[in-house]
Design a protein around this ligand. Structure first.
Ligand SMILES: Nc1ncnc2c1ncn2[C@@H]1O[C@H](COP(=O)(O)OP(=O)(O)OP(=O)(O)O)[C@@H](O)[C@H]1O
Length: 256
C-alpha cells in the first residue's frame, strides 16, 4: 500500500540546508497500523507530509497503492496535532467539509457524518460550534472529518499530544476501535512509546536527524488491546521496554 524507497528530504534555508530524512525505506501493508517514533526533529512529520503529497521528496521513490505520490489524494486523509476546525461552522458542517471540497453530494453524506459523530459519542453536539467543545471532543471531530472521506490511508501526526493524559488514553482506545472497524491503513506519528505499542502492528524508530530507519519493533499482540493489566500486558511491556532501550541508547551517543 505505502512504499518508500531511498526517500530523502533536504530543506533549503537562509542559514543553510537541513537534511531531514536520508534514504528511508519503508513498506506499510494494506490494513496495517504503523507507528513512527523518534527524537524531536528527526523528520517524523516530514515523512507523513511526503506520504500525504503535501511535500515532494528531494530524492527517492514514494508510492501509495502502486501510484507515485505527486499531490494529495482523496483516499489519504491526515489528522494534525491541532484539530484545525473552522470556528464558524457547526460540528456537523466541519465533518462535512471534505464532502464540499471534493464536490460530493451533501445529502448522501449527512447520514454518514451523523453515524461517525455517534461512533465517537458526539451525536448530541452536531449543531454546536467548535469553541463549545473540549480539546478531546474537537479532536474527535477532526477524526470524523478524516473518516468521512472513507480513506484507505489515515496519516495521524501526533493527534493526541495536546490533550490531557486521560483524554489521550480514551482517544487511543477509540482509535483502536476505529481501526478495527474501518480496517484502513494507519500511520501514526507519536512521542508516546506506550501509545505506539498499544496501537501499532509495528513501530518504526527513526534515528536523530537526518531521520533514517534505525529499527522496527513488531508488536505481536492481538486486538483489542487494553491499557493496564490485560492478558497481554507483559508482552506490551516487553515491546515498550525494547523501544525505550533503543531510543535511550541513541541518546547516549554523542551528536556528530
Ligand atoms: N518547511 C521546512 N523548511 C525548513 N526546514 C524544515 C521544514 N520542515 C521541517 N524542517 C526541518 O526538518 C527537520 C525535521 O522536522 P520534522 O517536523 O519532520 O521533525 P519531527 O520529528 O516531526 O519533530 P517533532 O517531533 O519535534 O514534531 C527539523 O530540523 C525541521 O526544522
Amino acid at each position: 500500500m505505502i512504499r518508500l524507497r531511498g526517500v530523502s528530504q533536504v530543506f533549503g534555508g537562509r542559514r543553510g540546508a537541513v537534511e531531514a530524512l536520508r534514504e528511508v525505506d519503508l513498506d506499510v501493508a494494506d490494513g496495517e497500523f504503523v507507528a513512527v517514533v523518534g527524537r524531536s526533529g528527526c523528520g517524523k512529520s516530514t515523512l507523513l507530509r511526503l506520504v500525504a503529497g503535501l511535500l515532494t521528496a528531494t530524492s527517492g521513490e514514494l508510492r501509495v497503492g502502486g501510484d507515485p505520490v505527486v499531490r494529495p489524494r482523496r483516499d489519504v486523509a491526515m489528522v494534525f496535532q491541532r484539530p484545525a476546525l473552522l470556528p464558524w461552522r457547526t460540528v456537523l458542517d466541519n465533518v462535512l467539509l471534505p464532502v464540499e471540497m471534493f464536490g460530493w453530494p451533501r445529502r448522501e453524506h449527512v447520514e454518514r457524518a451523523r453515524e461517525l459523530l455517534e461512533m465517537v459519542g458526539l451525536e448530541a453536539f452536531q449543531r454546536r460550534l467548535p469553541h463549545e467543545l473540549s480539546g478531546g471532543m474537537q479532536q474527535r471531530v477532526a477524526l470524523c472529518r478524516a473518516l468521512i472521506q472513507r480513506p484507505r490511508v489515515m496519516l495521524l501526526d501526533e493527534p493526541f499530544s495536546a490533550l490531557d493524559a486521560l483524554t489521550r488514553e480514551e482517544l487511543s482506545i477509540e482509535l483502536q476501535q476505529i481501526h478495527m472497524e474501518h480496517a484502513g491503513t494507519v500511520v501514526l506519528v507519536t512521542h508516546s512509546i506506550e501509545e505506539a505499542v498499544l496501537l501499532a502492528d509495528r513501530v518504526v524508530v527513526l534515528t536523530p536527524r537526518p531521520g533514517r530507519v534505525l529499527t522496527v519493533v513488531e508488536v505481536p499482540v492481538p486486538r483489542p488491546r487494553t491499557l493496564g493489566r490485560g492478558v497481554h500486558a507483559a508482552e506490551l511491556a516487553r515491546c515498550s521496554a525494547e523501544l525505550h532501550e533503543v531510543l535511550g541508547a541513541r541518546r547516549a551517543v554523542p551528536e556528530p
